[in-house]
Design a protein around this ligand. Structure first.
Ligand code: DHB
Ligand code: FE
Length: 285
C-alpha cells in the first residue's frame, strides 16, 4: 500500500539507519575508560578467529579479495547497522540481560527513532486512514518484578502490513506506526494498532548479496518493537511475535524467544486482542 511509486532500497534504508545511528550521542563516550588490555584482548581474539577460519578452510586469495570487496560494499550501502543488528546483536543482548528476573528482552534492531509522538495510556498508535492489516487491541501493564504497578512509558514501533518502517522506506508519513504511551500509577496501557507483516531485510544491497551467495533467506517473523521504561528500573527493549509465523523458528536475526510470542484472541469483528505486560528489574546502583 505504498503512497508513492518509489521503492524501498537497501541503499536508502541503509543510509537512513546509518544516519540515525550517528545522530545518537557518540557511542565512544561510554567506553572512554576501557583499559588497553581489554581492547587488546577482544581485538586479538576476533582476529584470531578469522585467522583460524582461513587456515582451517584454506581460504584463497580470490575469496579474500571477494571478502574485501564485500566489506567495502557493506559500508557503501550503509548496511553496517543492518549487518550487525541481524547477525551480532542477539548475542550482546543475551549477555547484557542474563541476570534479569523480569520480562525477557530482545534486540533493538536498526529502526528505532526516539521522541515519537506521546499518546497517553489509552490511544491509537499513529497510523494512516484505513491503515492495512488486522486491527490489534493490546492491553497490559508495566510492573516491577514483584508485581507493583509502575508509572512508566511504552515506546512502540513496528512495520506496516507491507513490512516497511516509517522513516526508513519512502512514501510513509514520518511517525507512522511509532508512538510513546505513558502509564499512570496503575501501570496500565491500552494501545490500538495493526498487525505488521513479516519483514524481509533489504536484499538488493551487500547483506542481500551474502544471503543469496550463502543460500540463506532474508526473513524476520512479524514483530512489534518496544522500549519500556520506568523511574528506578532498567529499560527493557523487546520484540513481540505472533504465533504460527513460519519464521518464528528461523528468524534471520535470531531474536525470537518463546516468552516473546503473543497469544492474540480473534474477535467477532475480525480484530485481535492481546494481553501482554512487562515486569521491569530494578536499576542496579
Ligand atoms: C533488522 C530489521 C528489523 O526490523 C529488526 O527488527 C532487526 C534487524 C535489519 O534489517 O537489520
Ligand atoms: Fe524490526
Amino acid at each position: 500500500m505504498s503512497t508513492t511509486d518509489e521503492t524501498a532500497t537497501a541503499a536508502a534504508s541503509g543510509a537512513a539507519a546509518t544516519e540515525r545511528f550517528h545522530h545518537d550521542k557518540s557511542p565512544y563516550d561510554a567506553v572512554r575508560d576501557t583499559p588497553k588490555e581489554r581492547v587488546d584482548l577482544l581485538a586479538r581474539e576476533v582476529l584470531s578467529a578469522i585467522h583460524d577460519t582461513i587456515r582451517r578452510h584454506q581460504v584463497t586469495y580470490d575469496e579474500y579479495n571477494a571478502l574485501k570487496a564485500w566489506l567495502i560494499q557493506v559500508g557503501e550501502d550503509g548496511e553496517w547497522p543492518l549487518f550487525l543488528d541481524v547477525w551480532v546483536e542477539h548475542v550482546v543482548e543475551d549477555v547484557a540481560t542474563a541476570d534479569r528476573q523480569g520480562s525477557k528482552g530482545s534486540i533493538e534492531g536498526p529502526y528505532y527513532v526516539p521522541n515519537a509522538p506521546e499518546r497517553g495510556a489509552d490511544a491509537d498508535l499513529p497510523m494512516r486512514d484505513g491503515e492495512a492489516g488486522t486491527p490489534l487491541l493490546w492491553e497490559g501493564s508495566i510492573t516491577s518484578v514483584d508485581g507493583t504497578p509502575l508509572a512508566g512509558t511504552v515506546e512502540l514501533w513496528h512495520a506496516d502490513a507491507d513490512g516497511y518502517y516509517s522513516q526508513f522506506a519512502p512514501g510513509i508519513p514520518e511517525w507512522n506506526l511509532r508512538g510513546s504511551f505513558t502509564t499512570g500509577p496503575d501501570g496500565k496501557f491500552r494501545i490500538r494498532t495493526i498487525q505488521p507483516a513479516p519483514y524481509q531485510i533489504p536484499t538488493d544491497g551487500a547483506c542481500g548479496k551474502l544471503i543469496a551467495a550463502a543460500g540463506w533467506h532474508a526473513w524476520r517473523p512479524a514483530h512489534l518493537h518496544v522500549k519500556v521504561s520506568a523511574p528506578g528500573h532498567q529499560e527493557l527493549i523487546a520484540q513481540l511475535y505472533f504465533p504460527g509465523d513460519p519464521h518464528n523458528d528461523d528468524d534471520i536475526a535470531n531474536a525470537v524467544k518463546p516468552e516473546l510470542i503473543l497469544a492474540p484472541v480473534g474477535q467477532d469483528d475480525g480484530s485481535a486482542r492481546i494481553d501482554y505486560g512487562f515486569a521491569l528489574d530494578r536499576q542496579e546502583d
